[in-house]
Ligand binder design. Structure first.
Ligand code: NAD
Length: 384
């Protein structure tokens, strides 16, 4: 069976879905691997390294996809009118397509119509058995790290307290909003750099995690926040009253911060606005805000997704898209391993092909379409 790896063509996408390391392992499983020329360049992987790992280099997407039974992508393949190459139209019916596939009802219908077995890796259940395949965690972890590094680079003072013969520079006050995977890594990174770190979240479990990393907890808690976590571990959408109370606590704290990193998401919704324009105006000139949630609309009222803005009072807001893509070599290495683990977990050694039983919780969570129909429980048309 042939596995194809395409070059990513969507804006701001620098990652690649397979590395020479994973290519070698796919070949050891009995697959032949085709990599589109230039696929790894923006992640620092030259074509020659894929060739040395045993991959066939294909000059374009069409030749990489020719005869492929498995296609690995970071982002959803381009469709009609989306770019110079209509990648979707080049993928044969029956092909297993794995990536972050924009699992909307419309996209699922398109994959079904094309007869693809589309696996949306962003829907992977957050269960222990699936941890090593969890692209959301591997990518969020790096996003949290990278956000702090970029904040430190943009900040015109230091993170640690610097005691020198010429005098002392105080440590930076760093506030992390949202302590999920990205936020916890941001806390750890900011602490390693020597910042004075505080953090907030709405889930009660997050408070303990914040403290265990040595940061102080800042937040509003009431009866509602005691039940702020869904069974899947995500934050729930809370009442307007709760958000108003939370904003009051945040407002006094934020005015004293040098660096604010926002990471808060509520599954399936636009990111909550946690930092109002007024709060930004209360911050000192030279302060930095990094909005990791910018792709989901942003946590900061003044974020311009994909852009860096400096406000009238001298606060810089980094609203870049695709934070994991800003550390592409590491992000690709982890993403590629996540896909490798998924495929090896569901590998039929005798058939030398993947076997994805719909009865398995992980497969059920990920697989959007099969046999020309949308089969995902949250996307399939309701049965009459
Ligand atoms: P996420 O990206 O959905 O959200 C980021 C954080 O924002 C979360 O901690 C959330 O509580 C927080 N948030 C939402 N609204 C907020 C608000 N108004 N104010 C402050 N913070 C707010 O979260 P995630 O990083 O994907 O993690 C989600 C959950 O999944 C966590 O409980 C995590 O421990 C769990 N998890 C489990 C596994 C596993 O067991 N395999 C793997 C990864 C994550």
């Amino acid at each position: 069976m042939r596995l194809a790896v395409l070059k990513e063509r969507r804006p701001a996408e620098t990652r690649v879905a397979a590395t020479p390391e994973t290519v070698k392992k796919f070949i050891a499983l009995g697959l032949t691997v085709a990599v589109e020329a230039g696929a790894g360049l923006s992640a620092g992987i030259p074509d020659a390294e894929y060739a040395a790992a045993g991959a066939e280099l294909a000059p374009d997407a069409a030749s990489a996809l020719h005869g492929a039974g498995i296609v690995l992508k970071v982002r959803a393949p381009l469709g009609t009118g989306e770019g110079a190459v209509d990648e979707l139209s080049l993928i044969a019916r029956g092909t297993l397509l794995l990536g972050q596939l924009q699992a909307t009802p419309e996209m699922a219908a398109t994959y079904a119509q094309l007869g693809l077995e589309a696996g949306a890796m962003e829907l992977l259940p957050r269960i222990t058995r699936a941890q090593s395949m969890d692209i959301l965690s591997s990518q969020a972890n790096l996003a949290g790290y990278r956000a702090v590094i970029e904040a430190a680079a943009a900040f015109d003072r230091g993170f640690p307290m610097l005691m020198t013969a010429a005098g002392t520079i105080p440590a930076a006050n760093v506030f992390i909003m949202g302590a999920g995977v990205a936020g916890l890594q941001a806390i750890a990174t900011a602490r390693r750099l020597g910042g004075r770190v505080s953090a907030t979240d709405v889930r009660p479990a997050a408070k303990e995690e914040i403290k265990s990393l040595g940061a102080s907890f800042v937040g509003y808690e009431d009866e509602e926040s005691k039940a702020a976590q869904t069974a899947g571990g995500y934050a729930k959408q809370l009442s307007a009253n709760f958000y108003a109370k939370q904003a009051e606590v945040v407002a006094t704290h934020i005015a004293k911060q040098d660096i604010v990193i926002t990471t808060a998401l509520v599954q399936g919704r636009k990111a909550p606005t946690l930092v109002t324009a007024e709060m930004v105006r209360s911050m000192k000139p030279g302060s930095i805000i990094v909005d990791i949630a910018s792709d989901a609309g942003g946590n900061v009222a003044l974020t311009k997704p994909g852009e860096v803005v400096t406000t009238e009072n001298g606060v810089t807001i980094l609203g870049h898209s695709n934070w994991p893509g800003r550390i592409p070599a590491a992000a690709s290495a982890l993403y590629a391993r996540n896909l490798l683990t998924f495929l090896t977990t569901f590998w039929d050694k005798e058939a030398k092909a993947p076997k994805l039983p719909e009865s398995d919780e992980i497969v059920k969570g990920v697989l959007l379409t099969r046999g020309g129909a949308v089969i995902h429980p949250s996307l399939a048309p309701a049965q009459a």
